[in-house]
Write a protein that binds this ligand. Structure first.
Ligand code: GLV
Length: 348
């Protein structure tokens, strides 16, 4: 257990790779203890034996490491030391951490969606283009190196593909990432942006992409030509069988958020029946397993949950996590907290 007057910071996962001067600042201000990649059982026993000391902050710079002990549920959170005030992690999604339980312990959770916005929005555009232009079919046919398949795609694609231009893109969740998708789709492809969210954006923001707000998601689903799921997972399938049935006939579904937000069986049925034209999925219900039916359909583009996977995102995750911690200890304010409202409720 470290002994020094500096607050202790628990760094989970790999060594940092990009932001070395900033890490030096962190080292000057904190005593850094490391847990590297550690199993849940080992992490729990380390917490129980106070191996890391009474740490004040948790820093997880990478999405791929340092989360092996997940889920961060009540069991883990109840073992955190009394000093712990902030957890700054890589990644946009926070379905693996109970931010409410952290708030009850007075711990702020900061995500890093701001660092992967560009990458995820680019991937959403890729998936959207694929769904409109049947690029998956074309790519698979070319890769088969089979002239018959090539000719089939070459001759057949034109009859079914459409330009995104002028079509309605329905975004579920116009947060940072959703908004960037809207900017790209509006600016580069001339799509009409419609959206549903738990709150409406200020008019000035809406105007930037000519976005039309739909208070009722069902109303949006019936008119959108392509629906993108860009909302955090809150425990429910946002696109369940009923919602998929409500989607406009011949429309498309893209998911760059979390696999559990979409009912994949219902999606398969909708694609098989022709109710939906196509789908593009970066995320899957049971990762790392991809639904075999969806994977076999040429009108479905599937990725391996890599929408946010770029050096730019990862260098940004690393930096933003440190900035969150430094800012919190300097000014009392973190930069990208996601559970402040829960913290306030917990104080009532
Ligand atoms: O899915 C990836 C992330 O949440 O950053």
């Amino acid at each position: 257990m470290p002994s020094s007057n500096k607050p202790i910071l628990l760094h989970c996962g790999d060594d940092i790779k990009w932001n070395h001067p900033l890490y030096q600042t962190l080292q000057q201000q904190f005593t850094i203890v490391r847990s590297y990649s550690i199993s849940r059982a080992d992490f729990i026993s380390a917490l129980k034996s106070n191996k890391f000391g009474n740490f004040s902050a948790i820093y997880r710079p990478f999405w791929n490491t340092g989360g092996e002990m997940s889920p961060w549920d009540q069991e883990l959170i109840s073992l955190l030391p009394s000093n712990c005030q902030i957890y700054a992690s890589a990644g946009a999604g926070f379905d693996w951490v109970d931010t409410k339980a952290l708030a009850k312990r007075g711990i702020i959770y900061c995500n890093a969606a701001a660092a992967c916005t560009e990458s995820v929005a680019d991937a959403a555009i890729w998936l959207t283009l694929s769904t409109f232009r049947a690029f998956t079919w074309s790519a698979q046919a070319a890769r088969s190196a089979d002239p018959e398949k090539f000719n089939e795609a070459h001759r057949g694609a034109a009859a079914i593909t459409k330009n995104p231009n002028g079509h309605k893109l329905g975004i579920i969740g116009l947060g940072k990432i959703g908004f960037r998708i809207a900017e790209k789709a509006y600016g580069a492809f001339g799509m009409d942006i419609v959206y549903n969210d738990i709150r409406r954006l200020p008019i000035e923001m809406e105007r930037k992409v000519d976005a039309e707000f739909y208070d009722d998601i069902d109303d949006m689903l019936t008119i959108a030509d392509c629906v993108i799921v860009a909302t955090p997972f809150g425990g429910e399938k946002v696109m369940n069988a009923e919602k998929i049935r409500k989607m406009k006939k011949g429309s498309r579904l893209v998911n760059i958020a979390r696999g559990k937000l979409v009912d994949e069986d219902a999606l398969v049925k909708a694609l098989e029946s022709g109710h939906l034209e196509s789908a593009g999925l970066d995320v899957h219900f049971d990762e790392p397993n991809v639904n075999k039916k969806l994977a076999s359909m040429r009108n479905v583009e599937v990725l391996s949950h890599t929408a946010g996977a770029s050096v730019d995102s990862h260098a940004g995750f690393e930096r933003l996590g440190m900035e969150n911690i430094l800012s919190f200890f300097q000014s009392g304010k973190a930069i990208t907290p996601v559970n402040l409202h829960l913290l306030d409720q917990a104080k009532l």
